[in-house]
Design a protein around this ligand. Structure first.
Ligand code: SF4
Ligand code: SF4
Length: 211
């Protein structure tokens, strides 16, 4: 994951109208559908940028959180689904907490990530997309996430394994795993949650069965 140094913050009205997606009423359809599905109050955003200032990982995003909200308002679906932002986001909800207008930015980003899963758009951050998918699958399997099984499933993906060998992350992980094991912090046998059915239903609802 690389730091993004150059980002375009503002667009001229000419640039906006040249790239605006004409879906229904000037992108209005996309805005209304995302708002309807998330209840995220996106229309209320006045671009104060507090969400972006609060975001701990915005330097790794090619579209900042306040821009995500603006793009939804404009109906720029493709740009959003192709962004690194939807994969880099940690779902920490700092953006939502700091918004003075109650815009649920975190929920909007999560919604766009799930939308990207259902689309044919290739993810801008392949490894992070695999991580997201694996995480949800593990959650559905046991109703909670076991770190040992999560990392095992993740590393069984050829693209991830290749990347980790290339960057040396696999070696670091092995050492860290052994340390955790010695200290009894890594559980090899996963425990199933008593609320598995409820958790599976939530996962299915959020991803609409695509994962
Ligand atoms: S903090 Fe809220 S109002 Fe301000 S730019 Fe972000 S979403 Fe918009
Ligand atoms: S939820 Fe995502 S976009 Fe919002 S502050 Fe956290 S990392 Fe940034």
């Amino acid at each position: 994951m690389e730091q993004v140094t150059e980002k375009k913050d503002t667009y001229t009205p000419k640039e906006i109208s040249a790239t605006r997606r004409i879906i229904g009423d000037r992108g209005e359809y996309f805005l209304r559908s995302v708002e309807g599905e998330t209840m995220a109050n996106i229309s209320a955003c006045y671009q104060c940028e507090r969400c972006t200032n609060a975001c701990p990982v915005s330097i790794y995003m090619n579209i900042n959180p306040h821009q995500v909200i603006r793009y939804v308002q404009l109906g720029w679906r493709e740009e959003l689904l192709r962004s690194t932002t939807i994969w880099v986001c940690l779902s920490c909800e700092m953006c939502t907490t700091y918004c003075p207008n109650d815009v649920d930015v975190a929920k909007t980003v999560n919604h766009l990530r799930n939308m990207a899963f259902r689309s044919t758009v290739p993810p801008a951050e392949k490894v992070l997309a695999v991580f997201h998918e694996t995480f949800v699958k593990e959650l559905q399997r046991f109703g909670r996430v076991n770190e040992f099984w999560l990392v095992g499933s993740l590393n069984s993906h050829p693209d991830v394994l290749k990347e980790k060998i290339k960057t040396g992350a696999l070696k670091e992980e092995l050492f860290l795993g052994l340390e955790l094991l010695k200290k009894g912090k890594l559980k090899l046998i996963p425990h199933r949650s008593k609320e598995m059915k409820k958790i599976r239903d939530i996962c299915l609802k959020e991803t609409r069965g695509t994962i």
